[in-house]
Design a protein around this ligand. Sequence first.
Ligand code: ATP
Length: 266
Amino acid sequence: MTTLTDLAVRASGIGKVFPSAGGEVTALTGVELEVAAGEFVSLIGPSGCGKSTLLRLIADLDAPSAGELTLYGKTARQARLDQDYGIAFQQAALLPWLTVAANIALPLDLHKWPKARRDARVAELAELVGLTDFTGRYPDQLSGGMQQRVAIARSLAAQPKLLLMDEPFGALDEMTRERLQSELARIAAETGAAVVFVTHSIPEAVFLSDRVVVMSPRPGRITDVIDTRPGRARDEALRESPEFFARVTAVREALHGAPVHRANER
Ligand SMILES: Nc1ncnc2c1ncn2[C@@H]1O[C@H](COP(=O)(O)OP(=O)(O)OP(=O)(O)O)[C@@H](O)[C@H]1O
């Protein structure tokens, strides 16, 4: 039997209303979502459907207007205080006065890792994201894509049980993006971390995810959940398999079932 503490995320009846000059904006309504421990779930949907809002609520960066959220059975607030998850958002949000190494090490410093172990972990993560030669640089000496790789390394640093990622690969070139997708799939499988991942890319969602959650335009709701768990390794061959194309098509059709002409209304 699945108990509450087995669920990385449980969102029940979640709604979010923002006040705005022209009246209230209902960004989310009646969102029900369960993410199992170790499960990789992507949120996909037209621009403005509330994907980022939902992720921000899970991360306790904002509070829901309705419903309940728990992370491994804890309130979102308690999970944030306990640093139970790693975050990588669209903007790298690095500290400009710290080097790449020090930025990656931030969660480790918060967890008070001893220096030798911390330095070894930073070296391992820098290698993972291809920045070994740049650990002494400062963020403004890096390209946007490199800054994003630092943010991804930082989110993984303390080996969290849950990763919350909002289009972390959006700014990267296609080759780097695919390489980091493969790395993320491997890391998620090896560490057993659950991941909630926001993306606009159908192939990215299908490659990475066990389930793809399709959301509708405002007010954001979950309209479909598609099982994309591959019956094989998430390797390069998967991207070219008939099974992969079938799942990409299934997600595309689910997305187009939503009234896309309203997608850009704000
Ligand atoms: N702080 C805020 N105040 C008012 N409205 C907001 C706020 N944050 C988000 N919204 C509105 O809530 C809706 C959902 O926004 P959100 O950024 O979550 O969508 P999204 O699906 O992540 O979009 P995108 O794919 O473009 O990043 C939008 O209509 C947006 O304008």
